[in-house]
Design a protein around this ligand. Structure first.
Ligand code: SF4
Ligand code: SF4
Ligand code: FES
Length: 951
């Protein structure tokens, strides 16, 4: 270590640190910087950070000079200050800083202007300047980001942030000398240059030359610069769980409680006096199936190398995008506004009535992976404790339920073993199977790209050529649903060449011989015929995977959303265990979670088989514990496992009444036409959501939910990290927080529910959840805690399984699986394989993202991706309407020609009700996890006009 003196203070630092780093680590944050920024490469070109170092004849850049033992540094020496004034004066020569000549000095607008004021520099008035203002690419018409390069000071932070942090490289420095400017690559077209609209360049820009459009459209510049308050929360998007700061300046949203017209209160009870039969839940809208048949506007061209400037997006649309995606006014017609008293009374009355008349199991509830742990806990507590049923589930069923089934079987765990940062910093090899991480988990996707840049090898197993597949060292582009053959062949090759980890297998696992026998015949040559991946490539991938030395294994929906998803994940786990790639820093097992709290919702028991901590509902002893804490008789809690999402929405389920919080099953369920019909037939339906969704329009009561910004609660991310999000704004008007609604409803249903705040709920969760026993709100501030946190002193657990698994004998179990073809294979009648998934700009059923104008303008319409050669054979061009028909249904969409899909396959994003992918998908279920076959079904594709004529 080196000991140096900075401004008279003795500081100890690592000799590899710079003066700036040493000063910052010691809490001395005053050395000014412009070109330097944390995590960016050091360029040392702005010269504002120059400091005096004793014995040196000239000033030295603090950001680029390493510390040395005995060094004496003065950060604000007269020479350093003179230099800074000179740098700022020069930069101001080309900066629109007239306001800094006079009153504007009191309120500097950005980081750069703060330095101008701090060092007392006054700009030269415009008429006396020699140079004109700078310019550069402005991104005209961009709905989300724009540039005003007249305020650019050429620090190049934006260029490096895009390149180093996001690993994209959209921005560049062009020209030389006084003409130097920041440009957008690919002829100024950000789409073509690969921009993801991530906003990293906005975040780092010290002058605001790059800015977000929407805040500026909605708020005054002063409100944007100086918000009323800044509140720490957790992003509600994916399972990565990034912390975000919410800048609060205004609060205008209005929300109302709705009751379906026809409900009347007579003699103290609510009775239905509306129409009956098919009209009971009808309304002035088309069914999803009906909308699927309508003509579609062409989507914006993308991934096909054309410039959006050549084909302006909005001119190609024949409808106003906002009208189509926001809730149509007609959807409100069957409802009337209601008071909270009316709505809560009606919900409590009908849930109690159905329980009384038909038993608790005639009720079911969909909880929400977008809601907090506390809300999910209170909802499952209400259904179990007050209504006596375990029919509670959430979207994990359509997400990672097969991973959970496979991991439980092999390792008795339901969560990731490691952390995202170990994948970024310590993995030598990263295998990603069926995960389009840069689109579905963009922040983690960027971390994987950074890992690849630092030298980690990347193997991607995916039927599509996703962005990561395009970058990968090896892309295993297999036929959908053939992953078992691929993983077994990799393992077969590893065993044939003695590359397995014998010590790990012997010490930490069972039943390896069964797997050895099962994979033996699946040689790379055999697998090549099944998967379409050349045998050599399989061999190469297997060797890289096994040799690591530290290989991380990631997977997501591409693997899990199959009717044999549990087997697909099992084959991957066998590969991982045989190579011993778990339980070491850098060798992480990571099912990449979809929703921001899908992990937490499961952890706190919003699934049909278990209470919190995955403790079985069938065990009378466990039941007693919960009964005691909830203040109910043990017999009030059912010992029978409940129904899963995919079992509930079926006539034979016996479910007649539902409470749905924050889910939209009419779009997300497989075989939508049946699901929509089923919901219409229910006796009672309450939907608790932010918007009047496709599902909510069939409800009896719609309870307005609260957004993540309006509540305090905790969330668990994909690496088991429990984080707290704080309320930034109050729910508008008379709207209530989700927790408040659930607490009141629980009380109305007769369940003692003594919570006033989310902290109160967490205290009870910690009491009944052994692995969360040490969790308390005050311990979650900052980075949160990774569970298990068994005691109040435990610092949490960043990675698991270093010496044993949570099984009875501490060992993992190998489970042999044989390859079986997907349920539906292409044939003459249905010659294409349809795959479904997400787009970068939309989230699931589009409830939120399709109402966000900037995102919606990026992807305003449904599309189907088709390989150029297939499109040519079909005679369809980019933007043409095509009809897709499966054995279940048929719908019209717009063709996007793209080489991301292989020949013989089509890809349909599932966000669009106008062309809902799940009209076509196969509802056949995985035998263990009851997951539907969402990723693979056989379809026919035809030009829509021809298909209409043929009909
Ligand atoms: S928004 Fe992101 S990807 Fe686009 S230019 Fe900025 S940093 Fe690069
Ligand atoms: S746009 Fe902003 S971040 Fe980029 S070079 Fe100019 S001042 Fe620096
Ligand atoms: S911040 Fe050190 S040279 Fe720019």
């Amino acid at each position: 270590m080196a000991t140096l003196t900075i401004d008279g203070r003795s500081v100890t630092a690592d000799p590899e640190q710079t003066i700036l780093e040493a000063a910052r680590a010691a809490g001395m944050l005053d050395i000014p910087t412009l070109c330097w920024y944390p995590k960016l490469s050091v360029v040392g070109n702005c010269r504002i950070c120059l400091v005096s170092v004793e014995g040196q004849g000239k000033l030295l850049p603090a950001c680029a000079t390493k510390v040395a033992d005995g060094m004496v540094v003065q950060t604000e020496s007269p020479a350093a200050v003179d230099n800074r004034k000179g740098v700022l004066r020069l930069l101001l020569e080309r900066y629109p800083g007239e306001h800094l000549i006079n009153g504007g000095r009191a309120r500097p607008r950005n980081e750069f202007e703060q330095y101008v004021v701090r060092y007392g520099v006054v700009p030269t008035p415009f008429p006396q300047r020699d140079l004109t203002l700078r310019h550069g690419d402005e991104r005209p018409g961009d709905p989300m980001l724009r540039h005003d390069m007249s305020t650019c000071i050429l620090c190049t932070r934006c260029v490096r942030a895009c390149e180093d942090i996001q690993v994209v490289g959209v921005l560049d420095v062009a020209q030389r000398g006084e003409h130097t400017e920041i440009i957008v690559g690919a002829d100024g077209d950000p789409d073509k240059a690969g921009c993801t609209w991530c906003g990293e360049c906005v975040r780092v820009c010290p002058t605001g030359a790059i800015f977000e459009v929407m805040p500026h459209e909605r708020f005054a510049p002063e409100q944007v610069r100086h918000p009323d308050k800044v509140i720490r929360s957790v992003c509600p998007y994916c399972g990565v769980g990034c912390q975000v700061d919410l800048h609060v300046a205004d609060n205008k949203v209005v929300r109302v409680t709705l009751i379906r017209k026809g409900w009347r209160k007579e003699e103290g009870r609510w009775v239905w006096r509306g129409s009956t039969g098919a009209e009971r839940r009808g309304g002035p809208w088309q069914t999803i199936e009906g909308e699927g048949q309508n003509a579609k506007p062409a989507g914006p061209p993308r991934s096909v190398g054309k410039s959006v400037r050549e084909l302006p997006l909005l001119e190609r649309l024949d409808m106003d995008t906002r009208d189509r995606v926001a809730t149509p006014a007609a959807w409100y017609e069957p409802f009337r506004e209601a008071t909270w008293e009316e709505a809560m009374e009606l919900v409590a009355q009908e849930l109690s009535r159905i329980k009384r008349e038909r038993g608790g199991n005639a009720l079911a509830c969909f909880s929400s992976a977008k809601c907090s742990n506390e809300e999910n806990y209170v909802l499952m507590r209400m259904f179990r404790g007050a209504l006596g049923t375990n029919n509670i589930d959430h979207c994990t069923r359509l997400c990672h339920s097969t991973s959970v089934a496979a991991m439980q079987r092999a390792l008795n765990t339901s969560a990731a073993s490691g952390s995202m940062r170990e994948v970024e910093h310590a993995a030598d090899v990263i295998l990603i199977a069926g995960a389009n991480t840069t689109e579905s988990h963009p922040v983690f996707g960027a971390a994987i790209k950074r890992a690849h840049e630092r030298g980690a090898k990347l193997i991607v197993a995916d039927p599509r050529r996703t962005e990561l597949a395009g970058r990968a060292d090896i892309h295993l582009q297999m036929q959908p649903g053939t992953d078992v053959a691929l993983c077994n062949a990799m393992l077969s090759h590893i065993l044939a060449h003695g590359l397995e980890n014998e010590a790990f297998i012997a010490r930490r696992t069972h039943d390896f011989d069964k797997v050895r026998a099962a994979v033996q015949a699946m040689t790379p040559e055999v697998a090549a015929k099944i998967t379409g991946v050349p045998a050599d490539r399989i061999r190469q991938a297997a060797e890289i995977y096994a040799r690591g030395p530290n290989t991380s294994t990631l997977w997501a929906m591409g693997l899990t959303q199959h009717a044999n998803g549990t087997d697909l994940v099992t084959s991957l786990l066998n590969l991982m265990l045989a190579c011993g790639m778990i339980g070491r820093w850098g060798a992480a097992m990571m099912p990449v979670r979809g929703q921001n709290n899908v992990q937490g919702a499961s952890d706190v028991g919003a699934i049909p088989f278990v209470y919190t901590d995955y403790r079985s509902v069938k065990d009378p002893k466990i039941r007693e514990e919960y009964a005691r804490v909830w203040g109910v008789a043990p017999e009030a809690l059912s010992l029978k496992e409940g129904l899963m999402v995919t079992e509930i929405v079926k006539p034979e389920s016996g479910v007649r009444g539902m409470y749905i919080m924050g889910e939209n099953p009419i779009i997300s369920d497989p075989d939508i036409a049946h699901a929509e019909h089923w919901f219409r037939e229910l006796e009672f339906l309450a939907v608790h959501d932010l918007f009047l969704t496709e599902t909510a329009r069939y409800a009896d009561v719609v309870l307005p939910g609260s957004s993540f910004a309006e509540k305090t609660g905790t969330f668990v991310n994909t690496e088991r990290r429990i984080q707290v999000a704080h309320q930034a704004v109050a729910p508008p008007g008379q709207a209530r927080g989700d927790l408040e609604i659930l607490v009141e409803l629980s009380r109305r249903l007769g369940l003692e529910t003594p919570f006033e705040t989310a902290q109160d709920v967490m205290a009870e969760i910690a009491r009944v959840t052994p692995s969360w026993r040490g969790v308390a709100y005050e311990r979650l501030e900052g980075a949160g805690l990774q569970y298990p946190v068994p005691t109040a002193q435990s610092p949490g657990t960043s990675f698991l399984f270093d010496d044993h698994f949570p099984t009875a004998d501490g060992r993992a179990t190998f489970v042999p699986v044989d390859y079986a073809p997907p349920v539906e294979l292409p044939d003459e009648e249905y010659p294409f394989v349809m795959n479904t998934g997400r787009q970068l700009y939309h989230w699931h059923t589009g409830t939120m993202t399709r109402r966000a104008s900037g995102l919606d303008r990026r992807e305003p319409t449904p599309v189907v991706e088709i390989h150029p050669d297939d499109a040519r054979e079909l005679g369809v061009g980019d933007g043409d309407a095509v009809r897709l028909t499966s054995r279940r249904n048929s719908m019209v969409s717009s063709c996007r020609i793209s080489e991301r899909v292989a020949r013989g396959q089509v890809f349909v994003p599932f966000h669009f009700r106008e062309a809902a992918a799940n009209l076509l998908t196969n509802p056949v279920l995985d035998p263990y996890a009851k997951m539907a076959e969402l990723k693979c079904c056989a379809v026919r594709v035809e030009p829509a006009q021809a298909a209409v004529l043929a009909d």
